[in-house]
Design a protein around this ligand. Structure first.
Ligand SMILES: NC(=O)CC[C@H](N)C(=O)O
Length: 354
């Protein structure tokens, strides 16, 4: 007798082993990352999703809090072929259901063929297939989570000090901690503002750069962050990562669309169209910029040509669809943060002779 079940939107109910009990639901996605499970599980971009690891053994180097990207686990549940006890114990202590001893090759193939799909999970001694189906019945489409930003944004404004060389206003749509530390390491003081912050809140921190973070869900639901980009366009340099790129594109007349199963992993190849250079990147997204609007596409995904980097030199804008902060992942693209701060240098008001 199994003690865990997952009900899929395609009608199947699969049996598994309970590693952390509970009932839950979410959008079923997979990552091919073979490392970085602590970072992925604490990445706010996974809010309202159920994360399947295609790599078969998850937890083989333990769980260490200094690798966390935020204060809690964000996926609603986690699935692997095999979780070690350390990961299972951690997820149980966080109240996040985890299941393993499931054929993840089959699960991942279904997601590849049918797309990211709703699912329901029931795990624990008295779990039944009907419980999993009841969870599935209550599962909302990702774009219907209209307030998802409020689930992940900072409850209050905070400042993380670099050495005072720059001030960055980071609009927190579910920011990963290593975006903040990547900026701090380069001398920037980072003011973390709610995704519902007003233009006055932004002005109050006198930023050199407006930075829109990564985050969960449909970028179309982040209308306030989009309006901030519209407000400061041409006045401040603007940068964005992942959800940030999507929001910036929408602010400049562009559009986004849902992908079938998205990009989640640590070996996504990206080509820079000016230099021809290809870098390996970390990715975690289910939407893509289908129309860059007034911005230019500067980088593309080698596998499917989707937009990976946008820019406008005139307006002082650069964005990335992937995760240059690289936690987890290859460090090929950390220079993005240097490029962002270089925009702030160029934006210095020209001294006038008196
Ligand atoms: N990592 C992210 O910022 C993800 C962005 C967006 N939620 C998507 O799925 O495409």
């Amino acid at each position: 007798m199994s003690d865990a079940y997952i009900a899929l939107a395609d009608g199947r109910v699969l049996e598994a082993r309970c590693r952390a009990p509970g009932r839950t639901r979410g959008e079923l996605v997979f990552t091919t990352a073979y490392t970085g499970y602590e970072e992925s599980l604490t990445d706010p971009s996974y809010e309202e999703q159920v994360l399947t690891f295609s790599y078969p053994l998850i937890g083989n180097y333990g769980v260490r809090a200094d690798r966390f990207e935020s204060g809690r686990v964000h996926p609603r549940a986690a699935i692997a072929r095999e979780f070690t006890d350390s990961v299972a114990t951690w997820l149980e202590s966080e109240g996040v259901p985890a299941i393993d001893h499931i054929e993840t090759r089959d699960l991942v193939t279904s997601i590849r063929e049918e797309g990211a799909m709703k699912c329901g999970i029931a795990a624990g001694e008295d779990a039944t297939p009907e419980d999993a189906k009841a969870e599935l019945a209550d599962c909302k489409a990702m774009s219907d989570h209209v307030d998802i930003g409020s689930q992940v944004t900072t409850p209050e404004q905070t400042t993380h000090l670099g050495d005072g060389s720059y001030d960055v206003a980071l609009i927190d749509c579910g920011a990963k901690g290593s975006i903040i530390s990547s900026l701090n390491e380069r001398g920037a003081d980072v003011h973390v503002l709610s995704c519902e912050a007003s233009a006055d809140d932004v002005r109050e921190v006198a930023p050199d750069v407006l930075f829109i973070s990564n985050g969960p869900g449909d970028p179309a639901n982040f209308t306030n962050a989009q309006s901030l980009v519209e407000e400061f366009a041409g006045e401040l340099p603007i940068a964005g990562i992942c959800l940030g790129q999507q929001i910036v594109a929408r602010a400049f007349g562009g559009d986004t669309e849902k992908m079938s199963f998205g990009h989640r992993g640590v070996n996504q190849p990206v080509r820079d169209l000016d230099s021809g250079r290809v870098v390996m990147t970390t990715q975690n997204h289910g939407y893509t910029v289908s129309d860059p609007g007034e911005l230019s596409v500067k980088q593309i995904n080698v596998n499917d040509d989707t937009a990976e980097g946008l820019a406008s030199e005139d307006l002082g804008i650069i964005t990335r669809q992937y995760h240059p902060e690289a936690n987890p992942g290859p460090h090929d693209s950390l220079d993005f943060f240097d490029d962002v701060l270089a925009m702030a240098d160029e934006n210095e008001p020209v001294a006038t002779a008196d």
